[in-house]
Design a protein. Structure first.
Length: 257
């Protein structure tokens, strides 16, 4: 059966350590899926294999019917897969606006000479990119901070800016690595609504890693659970909350209660 996106039996070994073992997932357009598990469970390693940041020891990744397992990161990004990072990766000395505009530039249609001499084609592109970047900042509730340096933004706003940068690459599959990390409860609640809005507006399929269980349970339609590199459960939020193996490995009886 063909899927929009699938990873099949991914394994990642670092020397004698198996970080991820036999990981598989398939996703259809518009799905919003959570990937959870304790620290060191292998979640970010899965993201790194999917996006080409590291090469899987074995297994394969198939996107829109094409195997992309060994493609480099920039090629995978150009195919429509974008991600954010657990550790925020912004240009801290650039403005919020410039951070988003930089992410648009790989799609510039103007050529080198247009840019070198500031020809009309390049200037039109720059105006378009600036307008689209401002629209994304508006979408993320950051338009009023467009000219502030990224490093000076509150942590929660930096998280939103990183999502705006990912969206600037025009993805169809968006991988969010702990998008609610460092946010207060109100910001986290607002992010639930925002992620849903972005999914619907930009026709995104979203896979996310998150430690905030309330956030995951409110947002995700399906959840996959890793523990020590192995998949121990998959199901709806209700099924995951009531799964004894998940409670034992990750949620804990107090959190579950």
């Amino acid at each position: 059966m063909s899927h929009f996106f699938r990873a099949e039996q991914l394994v990642m070994r670092f020397g004698g350590l198996t970080a991820v073992n036999d990981f598989s997932i398939s996703m259809e357009p518009g799905e919003l899926v959570g990937l959870i598990g304790p620290n060191g469970a292998g979640k970010t390693t899965v993201f790194n294999m999917i996006t080409g940041a590291i090469s899987a020891t074995s297994g394969r990744v198939v996107w829109l019917g094409e195997e992309i397992t060994q493609f480099p990161l920039h090629v995978i990004a150009s195919r429509g897969i974008a991600r954010t990072f657990q550790n925020i990766r912004l240009f801290t000395d650039l403005t919020a606006l410039d951070n988003v505009m930089v992410s648009f530039h790989h799609k510039l249609r103007a050529n080198f000479w247009d840019a070198m001499f500031g020809l009309p084609a390049y200037r039109r592109e720059e105006r378009r990119i600036k307008e689209e970047s401002l629209e994304l900042l508006q979408e993320m509730g950051l338009a009023h901070m467009a000219m502030e340096k990224a490093g000076a933004l509150p942590y929660g706003k930096q998280r939103r800016l990183e999502i705006a940068r990912a969206l600037a690459t025009k993805p169809r599959l968006l991988l969010l690595d702990e998008p609610a990390a460092g946010m207060n409860p109100q910001e986290t609640l607002e992010l639930v609504g925002l992620v849903r809005e972005l999914r619907d507006k930009y026709a995104l399929t979203i896979l996310l890693i998150e430690h905030d269980m309330k956030f995951v349970m409110r947002l995700c339609e399906r959840i996959k659970v890793l523990d020590y590199g192995y998949t121990i459960a998959e199901g709806t939020p209700a099924e995951i909350q009531n799964n004894p193996e998940v409670i034992k490995a990750y949620l804990g009886s107090q959190t579950h209660a």
